[in-house]
Design a binder for this molecule. Structure first.
Ligand code: NAD
Length: 293
């Protein structure tokens, strides 16, 4: 089958250009720049890269951004106090705390301390609750980016059978919720599979749309996918590759080479969901800015 690539890199670039134009217009009209603060605790290499990418995207879009880099020894109370200060800072529109946090810090407590008005990651219980109820709120960036990717590629979702692999709070669970929403994109019949699901292939083989978010390289194989399926690969896994200068390369949760020929649409890794996540974060920050005006 002739498959089409869902080009997240190109869609993200288009969205980012639209945001940049909007910011230019705001500045022309005498407004201030939208502003995002990110907190990074410790030195997890993947987290450092993600935060650096977000910082660069903010600069490109014309946002003001600041990264607060804190040592891994930062106490929970110190972190909570920094968040409270940012909550009260009228010059800051959005606040994100890069996860995972060091073990001695309670992630739930940290997320709940961010004021919902600045929760541009959409992880706060108020944001999650509103999403669940279909109310206007900040949606988590990765599932939001996937919805945008489906929408901008006009992929039919109504009545489709969809399997989400993974049930994390940041990807799988919100993804399942959004796909089952009334309207477009949405109106899917969703099955959520996870580490305790028996015979995952039984579900994926029937699926019109598969979203893979588990973090296991090449988990989705060609015999698990029906002809013509739409495949969204969220996974970012680093595997050894001696042919590369770095000694490794990034792959998704899907065995792309073998699965792609069976698909109608598929996202590449890298260049699929990852860039859409960044675009969504910028959209949410701009939304937070506008909400405050
Ligand atoms: P997580 O580790 O929090 O959750 C993984 C989920 O996979 C769990 O719900 C678990 O039940 C399920 N799972 C684990 N083993 C399984 C198995 N054998 N069979 C079925 N399900 C299984 O991960 P996460 O934060 O949701 O991230 C998932 C992947 O997506 C990771 O590779 C991560 O790096 C990537 N990710 C990418 C982006 C992006 O922007 N592209 C954003 C977030 C996460």
């Amino acid at each position: 089958m002739e498959y089409k690539l869902l080009d997240g890199k190109a869609e993200s670039a288009a969205i980012r250009a639209e945001i940049r134009q909007e910011v230019e217009q705001i500045l022309k009209n005498g407004g201030r720049r939208p502003s995002l603060t990110a907190i990074l605790v410790g030195d997890n290499p993947a987290s450092k890269t993600y935060v650096a990418n977000k910082e660069k995207a903010c600069a490109d879009a014309g946002f003001t951004s600041e990264v607060k880099r804190l040592s891994a020894e930062t106490t929970e109370e110190e972190l909570l106090q920094i968040i409270r200060n940012i909550n009260a800072d009228s010059g800051i529109d959005g606040l994100i705390v890069q996860l995972p946090l060091p073990k001695h810090i309670d992630e739930n407590k940290v997320i709940a301390t961010i004021v919902p008005e600045k929760d541009v990651d959409g992880f706060h219980p108020v944001s999650a609750g509103k999403m669940m109820l279909g109310q206007d709120t900040f949606l988590p960036a990765t599932p939001m980016g996937i919805m945008t990717l489906l929408e901008r590629n006009r992929i039919e979702t109504k009545g489709k059978s969809c399997v989400v692999l993974g049930r994390s709070n940041i990807v799988g669970r919100p993804m399942a919720n959004l796909l089952s929403r009334k309207g477009y994109p949405g109106d899917c019949t969703v099955t959520m599979c996870h580490s305790r699901t028996k015979d995952i292939a039984k579900y994926t083989r029937e699926a019109d749309i598969i979203v893979a978010a588990i973090g296991i390289p090449f988990f989705v194989k060609e015999d698990m996918v029906k002809e013509g399926a739409v495949i969204i690969d969220v996974g970012i896994n680093s595997i050894e590759d001696p042919t590369r200068k770095s000694g490794y390369r990034l792959v998704g949760d899907v065995d792309f080479e073998r699965v792609a020929p069976k698909c109608s649409y598929i996202t590449p890794v890298p260049g699929g969901v990852g860039p859409m996540t960044i675009a969504s974060l910028l959209q949410n920050t701009l939304k937070a800015y506008k909400n405050r005006k």
